[in-house]
Each structure stands twice: as structure tokens, then as C-alpha cells.
Ligand binder design. Structure first.
Ligand code: HEC
Ligand code: HEC
Ligand code: HEC
Ligand code: HEC
Ligand code: HEC
Ligand code: HEC
Ligand code: HEC
Ligand code: HEC
Length: 348
């Protein structure tokens, strides 16, 4: 490299290292409450802020602890708002056995109060960034706990994880100095597995969890964005998409269907719980709704495909749900042939 070229590179890197012109700092989500109460209250009730909680806060929830542990042994709780909770010890490692080192189930499942094994007996660092916290950086160890990989500014997915550091905005609240990214990729940064364009990985007869964008992109709504159905601050169960807005023909016919009369809606069949985070309720029902939507009524259709690469088998979901998964979770006494028969032309 010539000397002038080298100089240019040096000057450019100096500018880059100095950071962008906008150099706001993180102030914490409590600072946003006074002016944005609606968003704050919705967000508080959603899973995002609860993703990672210090034991001081989490001990007031009614969560039980793994065998032998007391709250004084716990530094953080992971989750425990929706499906399951895992616990972090004072060294920053995820607990994988009983306090005395003996074998024990250490993941607590909210829905049925059961426990599951989690990386049984392994020394398991908390290396789950950047999906669970705000302004994650892979450097160092949060609070100096050796098991915690990386550091972050606030626990959980808070206002500033999505809207950027807020100090400039709170001192001069205009639209200019706050970030809004309404793309699906902004959500898909965390709601994905194996990268955004990849097919949804599956395991044990279910699609794996936290892959909403992979599911969406492999189904008929691939062109839709998360925010066409979701309010980014609200709990999923408050999501009331008007499927009929775009599928009005089906909506009209569905009104006469036995399911409509029984109070069932579109998502009961088109977004069945074929995805699993913590537990399965039966062979066809996990605990997370899928975003695939399409139902294949073929009697021999298989929801999954197995790929063998370098002697390693991996399973992926295809772009549809089969009728055993769509129907038999509720109609458990029937079989796939029955479901096929009644599924064909169900909206005719
Ligand atoms: C002192 C009051 C105040 C505080 C505190 C405040 N905001 Fe705002 N915020 C506003 C006002 C006023 C607007 C509307 C600006 C406009 O319409 O020009 C706004 C707009 C916004 C918007 C929407 C921008 C857009 O393009 O529509 C976001 C996002 C936002 N604030 C996030 C935050 C976050 C995150 C915090 C906490 C770090 C926060 N605000 C704290 C007053 C505040
Ligand atoms: C998971 C990401 C995420 C989190 C966390 C989040 N927001 Fe937002 N917020 C968004 C997105 C995306 C939009 C744009 C919504 C749209 O375009 O419909 C938005 C919009 C807003 C707006 C504009 C008005 C509105 O409701 O559309 C305000 C104000 C706001 N957010 C404040 C906050 C505050 C305060 C918090 C924390 C209590 C927060 N947000 C947490 C993603 C987030
Ligand atoms: C920084 C990572 C991250 C980003 C970005 C993110 N999420 Fe999440 N989201 C999570 C995690 C982790 C959970 C699980 C929280 C829990 O239950 O403890 C979650 C949970 C949810 C839930 C379920 C809450 C419930 O009621 O069960 C919805 C819906 C959701 N996110 C939608 C969105 C949308 C829409 C966006 C984009 C605007 C988004 N998320 C962006 C990490 C993220
Ligand atoms: C690629 C981002 C990502 C990574 C990495 C990740 N998670 Fe998550 N996790 C999520 C999202 C998104 C959700 C909620 C959506 C879902 O489960 O489908 C979630 C949900 C959870 C829940 C359930 C929360 C609740 O309230 O029910 C727990 C517990 C959890 N994750 C633990 C972990 C642990 C421990 C690690 C690291 C070993 C980890 N996750 C790594 C994105 C991620
Ligand atoms: C066509 C509408 C639609 C689109 C697009 C959509 N969702 Fe959803 N989503 C829903 C509905 C409906 C529910 C279930 C609400 C309920 O349980 O009542 C849901 C549930 C969820 C849940 C909770 C699942 C569970 O059962 O625990 C998460 C997380 C989520 N969506 C994230 C996303 C993300 C991220 C995107 C974009 C990649 C997205 N959604 C796109 C309609 C949609
Ligand atoms: C903004 C418009 C829009 C909304 C809202 C919407 N869809 Fe769709 N949907 C589409 C489009 C466009 C297609 C693709 C049409 C095609 O491939 O023929 C589609 C395809 C589908 C298909 C697959 C059709 C097939 O070929 O088998 C199903 C099933 C479906 N949607 C169900 C739903 C359900 C259930 C909801 C509500 C949770 C919903 N849609 C909300 C626009 C929408
Ligand atoms: C009882 C389960 C069930 C419910 C509830 C249900 N569907 Fe369906 N839907 C199906 C099945 C099964 C198919 C596949 C039919 C076929 O391929 O012949 C289907 C097909 C579709 C299709 C694509 C083919 C077509 O006929 O246009 C759309 C779009 C659709 N449903 C939308 C909806 C909407 C919108 C609602 C709510 C108003 C809804 N469905 C409620 C089971 C259901
Ligand atoms: C969320 C639960 C649920 C799902 C999913 C579901 N059903 Fe149903 N189904 C019901 C209820 C409730 C009734 C009305 C009460 C009854 O007769 O059992 C019903 C009634 C029926 C009936 C008439 C009564 C009978 O047993 O002959 C048929 C046929 C039927 N469903 C077919 C299907 C098919 C096909 C699918 C899948 C595409 C499906 N259902 C998915 C809950 C469900």
C-alpha cells in the first residue's frame, strides 16, 4: 500500500471508530414511561421485558427452583413468563443438575408445572446473546460472572433494544432522534433459527421454537410482515388479525361451519401448536402456534423432510401443515383418514 493510501485508511478508521455523529446513550426503559404510557403498559405485559430477570425481581414470582436451590443461589431467571424458565447460578452458568451435583430436571414448564432435563449435568454458560437482552456485546462477562458471555445494558428486550439509545430523544423528544425499524427482519433478528432464509428446523415431530420468520417465509404469507398482524408492544394473544380482510370469501362461508358455531376461529386450524418450546400436550400438539398457515389435505403428505449431510441427519418443516396436526390435536379419537375426508373442500 502506498503511503497516501495508508493515510486515507487511517483517517477513515479514525472517523469510524469515533462512531456515528449521533452518539446517544442508553437511559433505561423506565425513562420512557412518563410520555409513552400506552406502549409501556402493553410492553410490560408482553414477554419481551421478562426474558431475563435478576433474582431480586424474579423471586417475587411464584416460580419453584431446581432441587436443593434457594433464591440466594440464583443470580438470574431466563424466561418464566410464557412457556418455561431456566435458572442461572451465582457464577453465571445455567443450572443443569441439583445443588448437590446429582442428576435433576432443571427446566420448569409453566403450562403443566412439570420439569424437563436441560443439558443434563453439563457446565452450560449463558451464551444466549443477543436475543434476550438490550444492546448486547460479546465482550466480557456481565456483572463479572464468568459463566455469562458478553455484556449488555438492560436485561430483557426493552424499548431501547428496538428504538436505539434514548438520551437524545428524552432531552429533545422528536421523531428524528429515535429509531423505528418496522421490517420483519428487525423482529427476525431474534425470532429465527439457522438464519432468516433457512427452512424451519424441526425435531421430535415438532417444529422448533423461536423461528417465526422461518415459518412465515416458507408458507403462503411469505410476503407479509410481522407488523401487518402484530402490534410490536403487545402480547401475542392480543393479536387479532382480520383474516377476512383478505379472505372474505372464506369468511362468509365459514360462518356456517360447525367450528364457527362452536366458537373456533381461523387460527385454530391454520396456526395449530405444531411448534414446541417446553412441552407437548399430545402427538400433534406442542405449545407454540405456527406461522405456516397452509394445510395440505393429502392423505400421505408429510410435514417434515430429512436432509442428510456429511452423515448428519437434520429435519426441516416443509411449507404446510398436514391434517393430522391441524385436526387431531382436538379430534384425538379420530385418525388421519377421517381428517382427510372432512378437510377436503372444508370451506366450500
Ligand atoms: C418527555 C417526553 C418523552 C420521553 C421521556 C420519551 N419520549 Fe418518545 N416521543 C415523545 C414525543 C413528544 C414524540 C412525538 C414526536 C413527534 O411526533 O414529532 C415521541 C415519539 C417517539 C417515538 C415515535 C417516533 C416516530 O417516528 O413516530 C418513539 C419510537 C419513541 N418516542 C420512543 C421513546 C423511547 C424508547 C423513550 C425512552 C427511552 C422515549 N420515547 C421517551 C416524547 C417522549
Ligand atoms: C420488539 C421491538 C420493540 C420494543 C421492545 C418496543 N418497541 Fe416501540 N415500536 C416498535 C416498532 C417496530 C414500532 C413501529 C410500529 C408501526 O410502524 O406500526 C414502534 C412504535 C413505537 C411508538 C410510535 C407509536 C406507536 O405505538 O406505533 C412509540 C411511541 C414507541 N414505539 C415507544 C416504545 C416504548 C416506550 C417502548 C418500551 C416501553 C417500546 N416502544 C418498545 C418496536 C418496539
Ligand atoms: C432482541 C431479540 C428480539 C427482538 C428484536 C424481537 N423479539 Fe419478540 N421475543 C423475543 C424473546 C426472547 C421472546 C420470549 C420472551 C419471553 O416469553 O420471555 C419474544 C416474544 C415475543 C412474542 C410473544 C409474546 C407472547 O405474548 O407470548 C411476540 C408476539 C413477539 N416476540 C413479537 C415480536 C415482534 C413483532 C418483533 C419485531 C417488532 C419482535 N418480537 C422482536 C426476542 C425478540
Ligand atoms: C436466535 C435468538 C435466540 C437465541 C440464541 C436463544 N433464544 Fe431463547 N428465545 C428466543 C425467542 C425469540 C423466544 C420466544 C419465541 C419462541 O419461543 O418461539 C425464546 C424463548 C425462550 C424461553 C422461553 C421464555 C418463556 O417465558 O417462556 C427460554 C427459557 C429461552 N428462550 C432460553 C434460552 C436459552 C437458555 C438460550 C441459550 C442457551 C436461548 N434461549 C437462546 C430467541 C433466542
Ligand atoms: C398473518 C398474520 C401474522 C403474521 C404475518 C405474523 N403473525 Fe405472529 N401471530 C399471529 C397470530 C394470530 C398469533 C396467535 C395469537 C393467539 O395466540 O391468539 C401469533 C403469534 C405469535 C407468537 C406467539 C406464538 C405462541 O403461540 O407462543 C410470536 C412469538 C409471533 N407471533 C411472532 C411473529 C413474528 C416475529 C412475525 C414476523 C416474522 C409474525 N409473528 C408474523 C399472526 C401473525
Ligand atoms: C393482508 C392480506 C392477508 C391477510 C390479513 C391474511 N392473508 Fe392469508 N393469504 C394472503 C395471500 C396474498 C395469500 C397467498 C394467496 C395464494 O397463494 O393463492 C394467502 C394465503 C393463505 C392461505 C393458503 C392458501 C392456499 O393456497 O392453500 C391460507 C390457509 C391463509 N392465507 C390463511 C390466512 C389466515 C388464517 C389468516 C389470518 C390469521 C390470513 N390468511 C390473513 C393474504 C392475507
Ligand atoms: C376446522 C379447521 C379450519 C378452520 C377453523 C378454518 N380453516 Fe381454512 N382450511 C382448512 C383446511 C383443512 C383447508 C384446506 C382445504 C383444501 O385444501 O381443500 C383450508 C383452506 C383454507 C384456504 C385456502 C383454500 C380455500 O378454500 O380458499 C384459506 C384461504 C383458508 N382456509 C382461510 C381460512 C380462514 C380465513 C378461516 C377463518 C375465517 C379459516 N380458514 C378457518 C381448515 C380450516
Ligand atoms: C381447536 C379444536 C379443533 C380443531 C383444531 C378442529 N376441530 Fe373439528 N370440531 C371442534 C369442535 C369444538 C367441534 C364441535 C363439537 C363437536 O361436535 O365435537 C368440531 C366438529 C367437527 C366436525 C363435526 C362433528 C364430527 O365430529 O363429525 C367435523 C367433521 C370436524 N370437526 C372436522 C375437523 C377437521 C377436518 C379439522 C382439521 C382441518 C378439525 N375439525 C379441526 C374442534 C376442533
Amino acid at each position: 500500500m502506498k503511503k497516501t493510501g495508508f493515510l486515507v485508511v487511517l483517517v477513515c478508521s479514525a472517523i469510524l471508530l469515533a462512531g456515528p455523529v449521533w452518539s446517544a446513550d442508553y437511559v433505561g426503559s423506565d425513562q420512557c414511561f412518563s410520555c409513552h404510557q400506552e406502549q409501556y403498559n402493553y410492553w410490560q405485559a408482553s414477554g419481551h421485558p421478562w426474558k431475563l430477570r435478576k433474582a431480586e425481581k424474579a423471586r417475587y414470582s411464584k416460580l419453584p427452583l431446581p432441587p436443593g436451590y434457594s433464591w440466594d443461589d440464583i443470580s438470574y431467571v431466563v424466561g418464566g413468563a410464557m412457556k418455561k424458565a431456566r435458572f442461572i447460578d451465582q457464577e453465571g452458568f445455567i443450572i443443569t443438575s441439583a445443588k448437590d451435583g446429582s442428576e435433576a430436571k432443571t427446566q420448569y414448564n409453566m403450562e403443566d408445572g412439570s420439569w424437563s432435563f436441560y443439558h443434563k449435568g453439563e457446565k452450560k454458560p449463558y451464551n444466549c446473546g443477543p436475543c434476550h437482552m438490550t444492546a448486547y456485546s460479546p465482550d466480557g462477562h456481565q456483572d463479572g460472572r464468568p459463566g455469562m458471555i458478553g455484556n449488555w445494558r438492560e436485561d430483557g428486550i426493552t424499548c431501547e433494544e428496538c428504538h436505539g439509545p434514548g438520551s437524545d430523544h428524552i432531552s429533545k423528544p422528536t421523531k428524528v432522534n429515535v429509531i423505528i425499524d418496522d421490517s420483519s427482519e428487525a423482529c427476525g433478528k431474534c425470532h429465527q433459527r439457522g438464519g432468516i432464509p433457512s427452512a424451519p428446523p424441526a425435531k421430535g415431530g415438532f417444529i422448533r421454537h423461536h423461528e417465526q420468520i422461518n415459518e412465515l417465509r416458507v408458507g403462503p404469507h411469505a410476503e407479509m410482515d410481522c407488523l401487518q398482524c402484530h402490534n410490536p408492544h403487545q402480547r401475542a394473544i392480543l393479536t387479532k388479525p382480520s383474516c377476512g380482510e383478505c379472505h372474505d370469501e372464506v369468511l362468509e362461508k365459514f360462518a356456517k361451519n360447525v367450528h364457527a358455531k362452536a366458537g373456533r376461529g381461523c387460527i385454530d386450524c391454520h396456526m395449530p401448536r405444531v411448534t414446541k418450546s417446553a412441552i407437548k400436550l399430545n402427538s400433534y400438539t406442542g405449545d407454540v402456534r405456527t406461522h405456516i398457515f397452509k394445510i395440505n389435505t393429502g392423505p400421505d403428505a408429510d410435514m417434515f423432510r430429512v436432509v442428510e449431510e456429511k452423515g448428519k441427519k437434520s429435519t426441516f418443516a416443509k411449507g404446510f401443515v398436514t391434517v393430522d396436526y391441524a385436526c387431531l390435536g382436538c379430534h384425538g379419537s379420530r385418525d388421519k383418514a377421517w381428517a382427510t375426508q372432512y378437510s377436503k373442500e372444508i370451506h366450500k
